[in-house]
Ligand binder design. Structure first.
Ligand code: ZN
Length: 284
């Protein structure tokens, strides 16, 4: 066999072997960041390999996946992927329970920047009592969606971007509307023109849709294992509750409904009913 042909075969074999090993290790985890608003990945060693453990952190059920094909494969069969609330205290040991076993982990502090916004619609800063009642009803509906627990066969642990445009406001900003302190920014804002498409960042089921006081036209997707995503301020909703969606499916159009200063997508990622930084789920 000519030398050049031998070399070609050798390179081809190497290529396919590396492709195969890439396929086997295709389980991409979120980027770990043990800070308030971040994600902790906890190897659950010593648990029964044959039964998916049930894990809990701050009274919410937590995603547990097989470690196969991840950097934790040697360490333990199962890993918990837990969202850490922005309100978590870095000086307190965090406690996660899996079946009857306790796992403890530390978190570091993170200083998020402040953002001052001017809102023209005063009711969006100082809502009247009827608005407050409406918002409470809507919040209960959204919380129910964030707390959904479904178990699709293929857990979702990575996202594609749901819209094209610059990131206009990062997650976690301490927020002041018309100089008044309000809740921190619980999502990532992507600026785009009204009418631009918003697509599902991964497979899931539409868990909720609605026209909400602060969030405007909103869609929530349940991706399973306690992972949900929320899309706000849409000009048009293009999905119905119960619809099954795949990565890239249209779910709505960019708009400026609700409390906004201009057209954008507010994208929230919720893990174990805890809003975390969406950036951690993007394959960068
Ligand atoms: Zn936002």
């Amino acid at each position: 066999m000519p030398h050049i042909l031998k070399m070609f075969i050798r390179i081809s074999v190497l290529f396919f072997v590396s492709l195969l090993s890439f396929q086997l290790s295709a389980m991409e985890l979120p980027k770990e960041s043990r800070v308030p608003g971040g994600v902790a990945i906890i190897p659950l060693d010593g648990l029964d390999q044959n039964k998916l453990p049930s894990a809990w952190y701050k009274s919410n059920q937590v995603m547990v996946v097989s470690s196969k094909g991840t950097p934790y494969e040697e360490q333990s069969h199962w890993i918990a992927i837990a969202g850490i609330p922005l309100s978590a205290k870095p000086d307190q040991k965090q406690h996660l329970r899996a079946n009857a076993t306790s796992f403890y982990f530390n978190i570091a502090g993170k200083e998020y920047k402040a953002q001052y916004l001017t809102i023209k619609n005063k009711r969006h800063v100082e809502p009247d009592p009827e608005d407050v009642k409406r918002w409470r009803r809507e919040k209960a509906k959204m919380t129910a969606a964030f707390k959904l627990w479904s178990l699709p066969e293929q857990p979702v642990t990575q996202f594609e971007l749901p819209a094209n445009g610059p990131f206009s406001s990062p997650f976690g900003l301490k927020r002041f509307f018309n100089k008044q302190p309000r809740n921190p920014h619980s999502g990532l804002d992507i600026a785009a023109p009204v009418g631009a498409p918003i697509t599902a960042p991964a497979a899931g089921v539409i868990a909720d849709t609605g026209d909400y006081f602060f969030n405007g036209n909103t869609v929530i997707i349940d991706h399973g294992h306690g992972l949900t995503t929320m899309y706000c301020h849409m000009s048009k909703i293009e999905a119905k509750i119960g619809d099954r969606v795949n990565t890239g499916d249209l779910i709505g159009l960019i708009g400026k409904t609700g409390r906004v200063t201009g057209p954008h997508l507010h994208w929230s990622v919720s893990l174990n009913n805890t809003r975390v930084d969406p950036i951690l789920f993007l394959n960068q």
